[in-house]
Design a binder for this molecule. Structure first.
Ligand code: CA
Length: 223
């Protein structure tokens, strides 16, 4: 079984065509017409690959791509019309793996999908990397890069940042952070969390990334 592809395409003729190509190649296809529906279906199925049109009603493909990346590393192939200038840089920034320009042949589409799957699925370590705004971190190498600049963090600062990056948008109390990041070793009670957050803000040079919520704790802002 080749797996399930989530196809987000509002144009019936194009959608039919793509579904035909993919089905013939052994993929199961979940086809939706809008990004909003796509995000719902992504949670409901084991999706191996997303094929995402840029021009959609409601959220456009770039927004959808960004939303998917906040929760999943699933490979994403974007579709662009010939008259829309695909901005490669924007595409990469929002986390797309590749794109094809309409019109394309079925063979080209399937070949591109296979190439992306080969590239992404060969690297199981990819799940070990997180992004928070323009801060990228890799749990395996313990590297933290902000806007291309490597930042040196202590082990606890790294763990704390990784926890924020894995839970963007969630309200995290000091007690929860202490429990998840420090476990049983509570060197200075909840004050420890505040000190480490302050250090992270300073070292990353991104004070707005981790927001203080009066009375309830902290929240990492993904963008
Ligand atoms: Ca479209």
């Amino acid at each position: 079984m080749a797996g399930t592809v989530l196809l987000v395409e509002d144009e019936p003729s194009v959608g039919e065509l793509i579904r035909g190509y993919l089905t013939k190649d052994g993929y199961q296809v979940v086809w939706v017409r809008s990004g909003e529906e796509g995000l719902v279906e992504l949670d409901r199925h084991q999706i191996r690959m997303v094929v995402l049109d840029i021009g959609l009603p409601g959220m456009d493909g770039f927004e959808v791509c960004r939303s998917i990346r906040m929760r999943s590393q699933v490979p994403i192939l974007m579709l662009t019309a010939r008259d829309e200038e695909f901005d490669r840089v924007v595409g990469l920034e929002v986390g797309a793996d590749d794109y094809v320009t309409k019109p394309f042949s079925g063979r080209e589409l399937v070949a591109r999908i296979k190439a992306i799957l080969r590239r992404t699925e060969q690297q199981p370590a990819k799940r070990e990397s997180y992004e928070l705004g323009d801060v990228a971190l890799n749990r395996e190498t313990h590297e933290v890069v902000v806007d291309g600049r490597e930042v040196d963090l202590t082990a606890k600062e790294f763990e704390l940042l990784a926890y924020f990056a894995a839970n963007p948008g969630a309200v995290l109390s000091r007690d929860v952070l202490l429990d998840r990041v420090w476990g049983l070793e509570y060197p200075g009670g909840t004050r420890t969390v505040d000190v480490h957050v302050a250090q992270l803000r300073r070292k990353l040079g991104r004070p707005e990334l981790i927001r203080t919520l009066r009375g309830s704790g902290y929240k990492a802002i993904a963008r």
